[in-house]
Unconditional design. Structure first.
Length: 62
């Protein structure tokens, strides 16, 4: 089975290990683009990967 091309917000939040509220905050801030398909808000897998690649690297806590 191949990976989905896009995820609904609740599934993307689970994959990223964060709550939906935080994910909606990132979307509202323009840091994570979304698409609307009918009534569904989806996040492209490629956009999730790009978001993670833009995140700062850290070595330790904080």
């Amino acid at each position: 089975m191949s990976e989905p091309l896009a995820y609904r917000v609740k599934d993307a939040a689970r994959l990223l290990g964060m709550g939906k509220s935080k994910l909606f905050e990132l979307i509202a801030d323009g840091r994570l683009p979304v698409r609307k398909i009918g009534g569904a808000t989806v996040i492209m897998r490629a956009d999730l990967i790009a978001f993670l690649e833009r995140a700062p690297r850290t070595h330790g806590r904080g």
